[in-house]
Design a binder for this molecule. Sequence first.
Ligand code: HMG
Ligand code: MG
Length: 284
Amino acid sequence: MAERVEIFEVGPRDGLQNEPRAIPYTDKIALIDILSRAGFQRIEVASFVSPKRVPQMADGEEVLLGIERYPQVSYAALVPNLTGLDRARTAKVDEIAVFASASNGFSQANLGCSIWESLERYRSVIDMARVDNIPVRGYVSCVTDCPYDGPTPPDMVGLVATSLSEMGCYEVSLGDTIGKGRPATISAMLVEVLRGVPAERLAGHFHDTCGRAQENVRIALAHGVRVFDAAVGGLGGCPFAPGAPGNVATETLNARLVEMGFETRLRPDVLEEAAEFARGLRDG
Ligand code: HMG
Ligand code: MG
């Protein structure tokens, strides 16, 4: 039987957060409703962050309350603090993600605080989410390179990933935020991370800035990682990481994984439909 690899669709969040054009929430809902038919187990659909910082994600409530809920899909949202958790809970999110960085420069730009201050903040978010049985995923950004601080030491990634895991994140997604990772740096980083978090609780989140995301997925597969974040149509980027365009495109990654003999349980025809719709949103 073919081995399973899961693609976690992040296009409606990581993809659309960076769009310069205001996208009506009805279009976001239409995209998510297509994606829900594709066979995903998890789709990241919104962020409950400061609307002043990321105006494109200000309508998380409308999106979550407007989508058609497929019972087999867990609809996820980013949460930076307790205010975000309250909003996510009211919008009936299925799971949340907290997001830290392995570099201080990006932490300051993205969250306005140091790595360690962000982890302290997340401790209370994770504890409160646990009270309501809301699963929490964790992100570590800048796992190989930071747009402000340069190369990231692998042991910092290990420390942050282990902290998130120990605080209660059921999975830690490793973000190559600006897509500068290379097989050698991804591999060195994974060796460190795997000392504290087993491969079954890790995911790869590779932006495709330099066209190396697929290669980096191969390296992560060789280290035992079996979950990868991707965005339909290669949408994506982070407004606080200059040079962080598209995530690896879901439809391309899916085709590669299937070619490699993995089972993804996704429908390529629906992925194409979603990618076309997503490209339409991007191009106006
Ligand atoms: P802050 O501005 O530093 O400070 O926010 P604050 O906590 O004092 O809040 C300032 C204002 O924001 C206040 O309003 C708060 O009420 C409001 P005011 O009094 O000025 O009217 N506020 C909120 N409003 C709604 N929902 C909230 C919320 N929180 C505060 N949750 C904060 C600190 C962390 C909130 C802010 O810096 C922020 O929202 N940052 C988010 C940045 C972000 O979303 N970045 C993109 C996602 S990360 C990413 O893309 C990387 C990833 O894909 C992985 C990878 O690729 O590596 C995940
Ligand atoms: Mg990202």
